[in-house]
Design a protein around this ligand. Sequence first.
Ligand code: FE2
Length: 368
Amino acid sequence: MTDAIEAHRTDFPIEGFHHIEFWVGNAYEAAHYYRAIHGYEIVGYRGPETGVRHRASYALRQNDVRLVFTGALAPEDELSEHLMLHGPGVKDVAIQVPDAEVAHELAVSRGAVSVQEPTVVEGDRGKWKAAAIKAYGDTIHSLVENPDMTWPPPDFRLRSDSIATPIGLDHIDHVVANVELGSMDEWVEYYERVFGFVLLRHFDDKAISTEYSALMSKVVWDGSGVIRLPINEPAVGRRKSQIEEYLDFYRSSGVQHIAIATDSLVDTVAAARERGLGLMAVPDTYYDDLLERVPDLDADLDELKRLNILADQDDGGHLLQIFTRMMQDRPTVFFEFIERRGAIGFGEGNFRALFEAIERDQEERGNL
Ligand code: FE2
């Protein structure tokens, strides 16, 4: 493992993650799952009733986490094809920018492929401007200029008819991509060139491997911490790695997990478990030497064990984290909840524990 933290501020005008849009089979059902289990409020809707013929979208919010779930109403819609190929997954990792025109022009001048010219989106509650560029696989990055922080999007109709009890999810901490074997460095170079990001950390397959699974990972960031994007590629293991399994089922590069920050992971997980959120199991033996690995840990060890919460430590401090089960039938996308207590890393010390947990599930599916 090598750390390459350098003083840096990107020259790309960027403010942070804006929202994440999922393309799913049944947006209504997905929205209500995330409301009931993850505690998001459903705040907006766009569909035939608002003049959009072939799609239905629900906008969700919990503190500064903004999600959209969109489904197609017709087989000829591009979304239906996307769904057929990839299954439900993340279409758009939208980034907030101070000026969509400037951001789009700069990105394209640096080699990004435009998928949407800057466009004004208007409604009763205001307007914003957004453009979009291609990212890994069929994923895109919208570049959203939204100075008033209008949410749901201006062309959505407000909804407030759902009861949601938040579980303390606060903001998006990082978004992880799985990319095809041999293309990690290309995507690192893409984020360096287009967005002016730099390498934050890098892990080779010796640092992150178990008997079966191995991966290589590089993390790029904007230098201030508002955007952190780990990029994984599979490494050769004795048997199929979880990154390969993802690529086989998603049929391309794509988003593997979204990490959401909370101020109290114990409270978040206790609330989520009560509602039936499926979490990745952790072997009891994981906790035997936890205090040796995380000497700063200030938490009730029995409680962490009961809730399956992981901990890790790096130069900056320590962190608590937990991973959900796969959020759809295909073993592709999942969530992480994370509480940073000074740590700047991503829980690298837990990769092995996580992998071992994933592999037990993989074995059950017959994909190991
Ligand atoms: Fe993560």
